[in-house]
Write a protein of this length. Structure first.
Length: 303
């Protein structure tokens, strides 16, 4: 926690700590955080149902306007409901090179197995223990005379380097053009018979073949606009205007493309609804794809 706190004060940091919370009211980290001017919260779990305690901790996180939960030495298995509510927004660090050695006694197990390296893994928290998506790892060599204690000491130093780096990278994703482009690319190319082709300096996706038509573009602050955005086809100027009027923080009229009824869906903003992004990609693709590809989707829409 201390490594995360002080790393958050570097000029290059993409995150800030708004609360340090613990189920141990006597935790030293609470004292450190308070001394550094960070809000703190503590509530013992003793005598409480797991879900009830999780709800109390979650309430404190929400009151602090937290966007993410970063577990650092929080030695509690979390309720499935709590994990689901923070899916994709809760990180943990584990002292092994996952998927090796989930759970406890990781250093002794690595030594006993004759491994040459140990290490640490930062991963997203999932309902299965230590099984969420791996975001980053760091290796630590196992020395011939290592004990579990001596190995743990070096792994802990490595953890303090890895965790702030990964949290910084993860928190900065929503504003990183490269990550946003790769995410849009993956979603677009999942649609049937699509291909990527650059157009006017922007990445674009179209139906494949000589008669293929564009259904999406990626715009990285083009034509003097401040937005990183997905450009998709609407039903026309009336719908485009209605979308912008209803939600100007999400939609805008893109230069050049707006005259043809395309809408810009802003990506470099907090709280992007990726289901909405998928909806516009699919709808835009459906508007230009050959009937042989869309007839089943068209039939489903009628219901």
């Amino acid at each position: 926690m201390a490594a995360l706190l002080y790393a958050s004060r570097l000029p290059s940091s993409s995150y800030e700590i708004v609360l340090v919370a613990s189920n141990q009211p006597s935790a030293e980290g609470l004292v450190l955080a308070a001394g550094e001017g960070i809000g703190t919260f503590a509530h013992s779990h003793k005598g409480m149902a797991r879900a009830d305690h999780d709800a109390i901790m979650e309430k404190a996180a929400l009151a602090a306007d937290a966007d993410y939960i970063i577990l650092a030495g929080y030695m509690r298995i979390l309720s499935e409901e709590f994990v689901e509510r923070w899916q994709g927004k809760m990180l943990n660090i584990h002292p092994s090179l996952l998927p090796k050695y989930r759970g406890l006694d990781t250093h002794q197990r690595a030594i006993a197995a004759g491994d040459n390296v140990a290490g640490a893994t930062v991963h997203l928290v999932s309902s299965e223990l230590d099984a969420g998506e791996i975001l980053g790892q760091i290796e630590v060599n196992i020395q011939p005379d290592d004990t579990a204690a001596s190995l743990a000491e070096r792994v802990r130093i490595a953890e303090h380097q890895l965790y702030p780096h990964i949290v910084n990278e993860f928190a900065g994703r929503p504003y990183d053009p490269a990550w946003l482009l790769e995410t849009i690319r993956t979603l677009a190319l999942e649609l049937p018979e699509t291909e990527e082709r650059e157009s006017h300096g922007s990445a674009g996706w179209r139906t494949s073949g000589k008669s293929g038509k564009y259904f999406a573009y990626f715009s990285d602050r083009h034509h003097g606009q401040p937005h990183i955005a997905l450009l998709a086809k609407t039903g026309g100027q009336d719908e485009l205007s209605a979308l912008i009027e209803r939600d100007p923080e999400v939609f805008f009229r893109p230069a050049f493309y707006g005259a043809s009824g395309w809408v810009g869906l802003i990506l470099n903003r907090p709280g992007v609804d990726w289901e909405q992004v998928v909806y516009w990609l699919q709808r835009s693709w459906q508007s230009v794809a050959p009937k042989k590809l869309t007839k089943l989707l068209d039939a489903a829409d009628e219901f």
